[in-house]
Design a protein around this ligand. Structure first.
Ligand code: FA5
Length: 347
């Protein structure tokens, strides 16, 4: 039998015997037999110098690996027997004075924590939090938002279709590309005055980089009442930025286009990593766009039967991942979904 085969056999035998050990006395015997000076493993390790260079490489690595495996199995066994002590009568008892072992405790994912915090801020401003479906009709995702079939704005939202062309070419289904379809679903059911926020996942067939991923989360905001103006929109979002980022962080609005608002704007926050100087996170612009917004388009209001000559409203859609990135200086969005506990445990 080759030395490697002998080591393999030794491993099986040692681990089987260790599994059967029930008390510390037997564990000591096991330790001497398999890990002591005169053990077979030690013999092999001592004899390495007599082997050829090639053999030394393979036998040495296998023997060292086996040593590590036996040490860790021994440690585990010691822990599991740790609470057992031998009484004066030679019987095994449990030492109840030992501290208990802490069970591993999970926590909410950082994005869930941010959603909670954001909802709390908006609820304190009079908004109500609601949720909607992630698999959506083309009708709500586009048509009712003033984006008809041939509208070029559909191209900006790289859509993942669930059912692109059904037999009659009607009501195709998709993974929602934004949370805005909930504007329509809510207004169909609730008549103004209304103020809601809608957090949830959205999906886009998009190239991945430090600020873009194909599944991300958004929070939609919608307020409809008599006399709502762009000043209300700006006031609400400045107040959100002040409460979440602190009063010394700069925020800016610029014009933007979305078919379901008029006028449309985007809001950006000064980059925390470079303080506006330009870096990878902000594509060297010094700013990171966090949301699109605007005054609800009269066609959207009329589509759900709300008289746009009486009521007006504002809406916004914020990318949630970018919010903690800007607060904590996280320079890659992929970290949220990489499953690396060293990152996740920091929240
Ligand atoms: C929209 O999705 C509009 N529905 C927003 C809106 C709502 C406008 C209401 C007007 C009224 P946009 O495609 O720009 O807009 O996305 C909004 C935000 O989502 C962006 O500002 C950004 O913060 C975030 N975002 C967009 N794409 C990605 C992506 N691939 N990965 C991570 N975040 C993204």
């Amino acid at each position: 039998m080759s030395i490697l085969q002998q080591l393999e056999e030794l491993k099986t035998q040692a681990l089987c015997e260790l599994a059967a050990v029930e008390d510390n006395k037997k564990l000591d015997l096991w330790r001497v037999q398999y890990m002591g000076k005169k053990s077979r493993l030690n013999e092999v390790l001592r004899g390495l110098s007599a082997l050829s260079i090639e053999e030394k490489k393979t036998v040495g690595a296998t023997a060292n690996q086996l040593k590590l495996e036996l040490e860790s199995a021994l440690k585990e066994k010691e822990l599991s027997l740790g609470e057992k002590v031998i009484s004066a009568k030679g019987e095994e008892t449990i030492d109840i004075t030992l501290p208990g072992r802490k069970p591993p405790v999970g926590r909410l994912h950082p994005i869930s924590q941010v959603i909670d915090e954001m909802c709390r801020i908006f609820v304190s401003m009079g908004f109500q939090a609601v949720e909607g479906p992630e698999v959506e009709w083309d009708y709500y995702n586009f048509d009712m938002l003033n984006i008809p079939k041939e509208h070029p704005a559909r191209d900006n939202m790289q859509t993942l279709w669930v059912d692109y062309e059904n037999e009659k070419g009607e009501r195709p289904m998709l993974l929602r590309t934004h949370t805005s379809p909930m504007q329509v679903r809510v207004m169909e059911k609730i008549k103004p005055p209304l103020r809601i926020v809608v957090p949830g996942k959205v999906y886009r067939y998009e190239a991945i980089d430090a600020t873009h991923i194909p599944m991300f989360t958004q929070i939609e905001g919608l307020a409809v009442d008599k006399g709502i103006t762009l000043a209300d929109l700006k006031g609400t979002l400045y107040e959100f930025a002040r409460r979440y980022f602190g009063s010394d962080r700069k925020a800016r609005f610029r014009c933007d286009f979305f078919p379901f608002v008029e006028p449309g704007v985007e809001m950006s926050i000064e980059c925390i990593v470079c303080k506006g100087a330009g870096c990878r996170l902000c594509s060297n612009s010094g700013w990171l766009e966090i949301l699109g917004a605007g005054m609800v388009h009269p066609r959207v209001l009329e589509g759900v039967g709300i008289d746009s000559s009486v009521y007006s409203g504002f809406a916004f859609g914020m990318g949630i991942e970018r919010i903690p990135m800007l607060r904590y200086g996280i320079d890659d969005i992929r970290l949220f979904y990489g499953g690396d506990l060293r990152f996740l445990r920091q929240f």
